[in-house]
Design a protein around this ligand. Sequence first.
Ligand code: IPE
Ligand code: IPE
Ligand code: MG
Length: 250
Amino acid sequence: MAQEKDNNVLSSASDAQRPVPEHIGIIMDGNGRWAKKRGMPRKFGHKRGAKVFEDIAEYCDKIGVKYLTVYAFSTENWSRPKDEVSALMKLFKDYLTTTEGKGKNIRIKFIGDMSALDEELQQLIVNMEAETASRKGLTVFLAINYGGRDEIVRAARQLAKEAAAGTLDPEKIDSAMFESKLYTAGAPDPDFILRPSGEKRLSNFMLWQASYSEFIYMDTLWPDFTPELLEEAIAEFNKRSRRYGKVEEQ
Ligand code: IPE
Ligand code: IPE
Ligand code: MG
């Protein structure tokens, strides 16, 4: 499908021809440090980070990315100070109640254990998913109370239940069946996982899905992230040689 070229970033002919990744994963990190550098409370960084997320999602939709998975709150982030956790929950509610996240071409799906969130937030999530379900553009997987290990354990538990009930032969369990029990079932694995802020680790993000993802690390803190930097990441990704265990010539 031809992509619209009505933005400033994709300006040259060669840019227009370069492949657009199907699925990008982003670990949105560095909000706290960004705020600290400005002598502001950490929640100020989260607020700016949320705005950047909206801009990046819109940009991904525009250039034809099909899936964007963003890590917004990990299963481990509950261990942060109470006031920071509440500020983050409030931010999620604000995002879900403003019209800004809506009225676009983007389908929003939440991944993670929603049962631990308060009822109001759970309801807002159900509403937003329903409102955006029929949209045909970018699918955003918003990871909240998400942990890669938790996701794998949950899939294993579901399969174990089916086996215990006698509806599943354990010998029939294969990677595809396991994948069908993950939050991201049906979506391709991320082509690359981007982590800004200088940290070089996965922090429990997409452990199963990342098996052949490229990793791209950048020093910029998430609240300073821009579509131009995403273009740099895509250019870097396009230089990588993905072999999936084979040799270059195959
Ligand atoms: C990422 O930014 C947002 C969340 C984890 C919720 P951080 O809050 O981790 O920012 P740093 O890493 O402390 O700078
Ligand atoms: C990972 O960032 C989680 C999110 C970005 C939501 P963290 O800041 O929590 O990761 P660590 O603790 O530095 O590994
Ligand atoms: Mg961090």
